[in-house]
Design a protein around this ligand. Sequence first.
Ligand SMILES: NC(=O)c1ccc[n+]([C@@H]2O[C@H](COP(=O)([O-])OP(=O)(O)OC[C@H]3O[C@@H](n4cnc5c(N)ncnc54)[C@H](O)[C@@H]3O)[C@@H](O)[C@H]2O)c1
Ligand SMILES: O=C(O)CCC(=O)CC(=O)O
Length: 353
Amino acid sequence: MHAFTFESQPQRVLFGAGTLHKTAAELDAMGVRNAIVLCTPHQRPQAEQVAGLLGHRAAGIFDAAVMHVPIETARAARRFAAQYGADCAVAIGGGSTIGLGKAIAFDSGLPILAIPTTYAGSEMTPIYGFTEDGIKRTGRDPRVLPRTVVYDPLLSLGLPVGLSVVSGINAIAHAAEGLYAPNGNPVASLLAEEGIAALGRALPAIRRAPGDLQARADALYGTWLCGKVLGSVGMGLHHKLCHTLGGSFNLPHAETHTIVLPHVLAYNAAAADGAMQRIARALGGTDAAQAVFALARDNGAPLALKDIGLRAEDLDRACAIAVENEYPNPRPVEARALRQLLQNAYDGVAPTT
Ligand SMILES: NC(=O)c1ccc[n+]([C@@H]2O[C@H](COP(=O)([O-])OP(=O)(O)OC[C@H]3O[C@@H](n4cnc5c(N)ncnc54)[C@H](O)[C@@H]3O)[C@@H](O)[C@H]2O)c1
Ligand SMILES: O=C(O)CCC(=O)CC(=O)O
């Protein structure tokens, strides 16, 4: 075993059906008196339910979270928090809402209590992202790591099947890249393999029966583990490519991850054999890229970037933006090969090495 560093990140996690009802007690334990509740416009009813449970601890609801955290939305949320004298941000929703909480915390150090309702995994990471002037920038800061996370599978029962599948594959991407990250370690790899396996079981079960509470719990458990991997080790070509496609072309986040991941795994296959074997094993397959592609295809996910809003004329610019900055990846990022990868993802063909 090679030498490695493992850093524990302080978080309190409540897991299980009905744990939402413990949120007020959690805020009391944190000494919070004046929390704002964050959500998307679509999830306003869930935010109102949370505010009701918080009673006098809830100062107001900010319901304008959107994907990729545009800097203007981040500024509006920061003003809202200051105006209400908030001492905590309670984020109920997916990565967009938790990302908005992070935008406030990054600026003010406000603690976050996250109540995830998708499988994006942002609640487990000290990673933030903002989009400004068409470019998405990400970074790490311990201040944005949610202090407490409430995983209540009852809240994801209403997550549509299509979104559940792509969101779960977004989580799998975190673990997959963690398995070949240069700062990876045996502990993160254990979490990654277990997380991928849990999601690999849960997503087909959710597709068969969206109201299957056990499958929803499995998916959240997998999300937790995969998110933890992203939060503790690095990311590579796959995440950077998805940030380019999301931030500069406004493609939907989880769908983009789902389409791109098999192609990046094929690109990296020869340079990260051990990681590929673990991904394939977790999904019960023999080839990592094909197993992820099959998970998406067999569960009705989109397979082609052209079907989620990318235009053929965007491919060259996407490739140019993605090669602009250097980032760790097991196989060097080379423009011509990357352009072919993007073409394959655009067309929706099966991944090729
Ligand atoms: N910083 C990180 O570590 C990290 C990790 C993963 C994703 N992200 C970010 O998160 C964002 C994407 O998050 P996402 O994929 O979770 O999507 P999202 O948060 O945008 O949610 C997608 C849609 O689903 C709705 N929704 C969420 N939960 C629901 C539920 N249970 N029932 C019904 N509708 C529900 C939302 O209101 C929204 O309209 C991106 O901006 C991405 O960059 C960040
Ligand atoms: O937008 C962010 O907050 C960063 C997103 C991230 O690193 C994980 C992902 O792309 O799913």
